[in-house]
Design a binder for this molecule. Structure first.
Ligand SMILES: C[S@@+](CC[C@H](N)C(=O)[O-])C[C@H]1O[C@@H](n2cnc3c(N)ncnc32)[C@H](O)[C@@H]1O
Length: 347
């Protein structure tokens, strides 16, 4: 009793601790990152990822065996762990499976598409299987989504390079004076269409990671004389713009290509002003399609295997803080997978 009295008088109540900032990642993002770190918690897997990041061509399982000094079964085991968290892409050619770093695979595919247009060899092959176009495969993509009126006056190369799965500029209902950001702007068709809508008092940024696409888009901007357009090199997972500076984020068939969609949504939220909105075209899967069933319908670079379901898309946007989320299927892309328009607002 005596001790208690002494403590109470000797130690007056102190002010509580300094306020702790909000965590900068959501619980879902933390879980996803933890699963990636777990998959990488083995030196052989770190070496595999490092090797693929420094190799421009897909690597066969048979090539990993001597490089890592492991049996085929052990190499395959490690590759499966890395595949499961989306760090690699896998393709079967003949008897062997080949692996690539996913983002590098996507970049290479779109660099080739840009070169097809730049060298005058025709339209870029679109979000479908290499060597064919989506219309040849019986589903829509690219220039077909834009009516002649909307594309009138645009450079032919911008229309030929169109690789989208919708027309997000009509979804977003753009107004004069607004600032717009197009994620994965490719040859620039949606940037140039948006530039017409926001007018000289507005501004449109196009963001893309592929140097060849940025070069093509820059030429198209110059040809179109669009002075309110700027193309930025960077990743949609790490947008090189300050917070709260954009009124509308658009994107056309790109978010399905990201290996870190939660991070893309968090970045969109960060750069949008309060009441800012998104108008996105993307490929979306039926809710009951498993990851394996999506992968059976097409590759990751072909915009299929990496597509989210309607429920996953909505949950991802809500977890990032968006409200008024509406996702509407517009056409069936392949069985069970659709071109869709996605709208949402930052409160
Ligand atoms: C399917 S094309 C769509 C291009 C354009 N939106 C259109 O409608 O024609 C995908 C584009 O997104 C870019 N891209 C893919 N993943 C990206 C990422 N993580 N960060 C930045 N750009 C990316 C590619 O370089 C490519 O130009």
């Amino acid at each position: 009793m005596a001790t208690k009295l002494v403590l109470e008088t000797a130690l007056p109540p102190v002010a509580c601790c300094a306020e702790v900032a909000d965590p900068s990642i959501t619980a879902d993002q933390a879980e996803m990152l933890a699963s990636i770190f777990k998959a990488l918690s083995d030196p052989h897997r770190v070496r595999i990822v490092n090797l693929l990041a420094n190799t421009s061509e897909p690597v066969c399982v048979c090539e990993f065996i001597p490089l890592l000094g492991l049996s085929q079964a052990t190499v395959s085991f490690h590759l499966r762990k890395l595949l499961a968290v989306g760090l690699l892409d896998r393709r079967q050619w003949g008897t062997w499976a080949y692996y690539t770093d996913l983002r590098e695979d996507v970049r290479r595919r779109y660099a080739e598409a840009a070169s097809t247009v730049t060298t005058g060899m025709g339209a870029a092959s679109d979000c479908c299987h290499p060597g064919t176009t989506c219309s040849e495969e019986g589903h829509g993509s690219g220039p077909g989504f834009y009516d002649a009126l909307a594309t009138e006056g645009l450079p032919e190369a911008a229309v030929l390079a169109s690789l989208g799965c919708g027309n997000p500029t009509t979804v977003a209902d753009l107004h004069p004076g607004e600032t717009v950001l197009d994620l994965g702007s490719g040859g620039g068709i949606d940037v140039l269409l948006s530039a017409k809508r926001v007018g000289p008092s507005g501004k449109v940024y196009g963001l893309d990671m592929t140097e060849e696409m940025l070069e093509l888009a820059g030429k198209n901007r110059d040809e179109a004389g669009a002075s309110n357009v700027e193309f930025l090199k960077g990743y949609i997972e790490d947008i090189p713009l300050p917070a709260s500076t954009v009124d509308v984020v658009i994107s056309n068939c790109v978010i399905n290509l990201s290996t870190d969609k939660a991070q893309v949504f968090a970045e969109i939220y960060r750069v949008l002003r309060p009441r800012g909105r998104i108008g996105i075209s993307d490929v979306v899967a039926d809710n009951d399609l498993t990851a394996e069933q999506r992968a059976e319908r097409g590759t990751f670079v072909g915009c299929i295997a990496g597509a989210m379901s309607f429920e996953e898309y909505e949950a991802g946007l809500r977890a990032a803080g968006f409200e008024d989320v509406v996702i509407t299927a517009t056409a069936e892309y392949v069985p069970g997978m659709h071109s869709a328009i996605v709208k949402a607002t930052k409160p």
